[in-house]
Design a binder for this molecule. Structure first.
Ligand SMILES: Cc1ncc(COP(=O)(O)O)c(C=O)c1O
Length: 362
């Protein structure tokens, strides 16, 4: 089955084979080596040249675990968080902070609408109690690229902490973490990194990590300070998904061999092929080209074709697409182009799409 959902993705045979390593105890030196290698490779991939300025903290869990740990761990006593949101995942950031009643009103925009930089700056100035500003990098709801670099500059200028959810971005969308002084960036193994679900991570600026160690624990399990302390000693506070970590290390090797820039280029090429052919078939993209990333495209459903019909027709042919969310659930479909896919897979999908469309259009 070819997966065109935004993760979990198809992985290579090499990554799948990496699951089949000998059983090990996570309190032994073999696991320390594995953990250390993953941490180092993450820094090499995502903060090249600034490896000494950052630390990578690994968690067992899906991307949400990393996002929630990063956000909650970033807040000292007496400070609040401000969320900039224009999609489902931004709204999740907001929900996380609302549970703890530590938010200020969200900077909320419609889906696919970029945050107004001047308004964000004004809001930050008006809220001296805001310590953390949080935003999604690639908003998977529609495949919208948020202006992470621009927001990072504003947040840094006002001496606040920028927390970025790049669960669907890292490895597929460029992000200058070191250059933009982003303090915390959350990611996960099962999307553009082409690993399996079950491993997630947070990249944290080292100087900031020293501060986080003194902050109150707002979650017992998802507390970055706890993970950091143990991982610096080569161990981990809770039972990790050992086999998934083996595959994660292999996926990172694959990423580093391909090169992050080349991977981004590969995905960008697939997205361009999909968008061009869809346009030829008169399937409209939801976002204008300048707002789109490299890894996912949201399209309006063609007239007379329901999502279920389209999905089921394509699944029969061996391709899995993804539904819209919320108010667009029955109006759009999404096609991701990440994972260990080849040009042949993309072309095969487009032919299957064309056939499905022809059948319904008669
Ligand atoms: C931007 C973004 N953040 C967070 C998540 C949540 O990740 P997970 O489902 O792995 O918890 C996703 C998943 O699609 C995502 O796209």
């Amino acid at each position: 089955m070819i997966l065109l959902n935004p993760g979990p993705v198809n992985v290579s045979d090499r990554v799948r084979q990496a699951l089949l390593q000998p059983d090990i105890c996570h309190r032994e030196s073999e696991f320390s080596e594995l953990l250390g290698a993953i941490r180092q490779k993450l820094l090499q991939a995502f903060v090249p040249g600034e490896e000494d300025e950052y630390t990578a903290i690994i968690l067992t869990g899906s991307g949400t675990a990393a996002v929630e740990a990063a956000l909650l761990s970033s807040m000292p006593i007496g400070k609040r968080a401000m969320v900039i949101t224009n999609g489902v995942y931004g709204d999740r950031l907001s929900s996380m902070i609302k549970i703890h009643r530590l938010g200020v009103p969200d900077m909320k925009y419609d889906w696919g609408v970029a945050p107004d930089l001047k308004m964000v700056e004004l809001a930050i100035k008006q809220h001296p109690e805001v310590g953390t500003v949080a935003m999604v990098h690639h908003e998977t709801t529609l495949g919208f690229m948020n202006p992470a670099k621009e927001i990072a500059e504003i947040v840094d200028r006002h001496n606040r902490v920028f927390m970025v959810d790049s669960v669907s971005g890292l490895g597929g969308e460029a992000l200058d973490i070191g250059g933009s002084k982003m303090y915390l960036v959350a990611g996960s193994a099962q999307k553009c990194i082409q690993g399996f679900p079950g491993a997630a991570f947070v990249l944290v600026r080292k100087g900031f990590m020293e501060r986080v160690m003194k902050y109150p624990k707002r979650s017992w399990y998802l507390n970055l300070a706890n993970y950091y302390e143990e991982q610096e000693r080569g161990t981990i506070p809770f039972t990790p998904a050992v086999q998934v970590y083996y595959a994660f290390r292999e996926a990172l090797d694959e990423l580093l061999e391909e090169g992050v820039e080349n991977r981004i280029k590969r995905f960008k090429g697939y997205a361009a092929t999909i968008r061009t052919r869809m346009q030829e078939m008169e399937i409209r993209a939801v976002l204008p080209p300048e707002s789109q990333g490299n890894t996912l495209t949201a399209f309006y459903l063609p007239e007379g074709l329901s999502y279920v019909q389209l999905h089921d027709g394509l699944k029969q042919a061996g391709y899995v697409i993804y539904a819209g969310q919320g108010q667009l659930e029955n109006k759009i479909f999404r096609v991701a182009n990440i994972g260990a896919l080849t040009k042949k897979d993309i072309d095969g999908f487009l032919s299957a799409f064309e056939s499905t469309l022809e059948k319904t259009r008669g």
